[in-house]
Design a protein around this ligand. Structure first.
Ligand code: ZN
Length: 101
C-alpha cells in the first residue's frame, strides 16, 4: 500500500477505528474522498417469523491511498464523526467491479 498524507486514513493518518465493521457495495463515488455505500442486512419480523431484507446507505470517507468505483465491494469501519454526514471510513476494497464482469 502506498503512503498518503490523508490525516483521516486509518493506516497512515491518526484516525482510530472503533465500533462495527461491515461490507457493502459502493453506489456512488462521485464526490472526492467520499463514497456512498449500501449495506444489506436482514432483520427478523417476529409476527411472520421471517427475515426481512433491508438496505441502508452510509456516507463513508475514502482515504487518499484507496480508490473506489461504483459497484465495488468494500469493507467499511465505524470511526469518529468525520463530517456532518460521515462517521465511517473505507478500510479496503474486497472486490473490484470491473474484475467480476
Ligand atoms: Zn493511507
Amino acid at each position: 500500500m502506498t503512503q498518503c498524507n490523508d490525516d483521516k486514513c486509518q493506516t497512515h493518518g491518526t484516525l482510530s477505528l472503533r465500533g462495527s465493521t461491515f461490507s457493502g457495495i459502493v453506489i456512488s463515488a462521485k464526490e472526492k474522498k467520499s463514497a456512498v455505500v449500501a449495506i444489506d442486512y436482514t432483520r427478523k419480523v417476529r409476527k411472520y417469523e421471517r427475515l426481512e431484507k433491508r438496505r441502508s446507505k452510509i456516507h463513508c470517507h475514502v482515504p487518499s491511498c484507496i480508490t473506489v468505483k461504483e459497484g465495488d465491494t468494500v469493507e467499511v469501519s465505524e470511526c469518529r464523526k468525520l463530517s456532518k454526514t460521515k462517521a465511517h471510513v473505507i478500510t479496503k476494497v474486497i472486490s473490484n467491479a470491473s474484475n467480476t464482469g
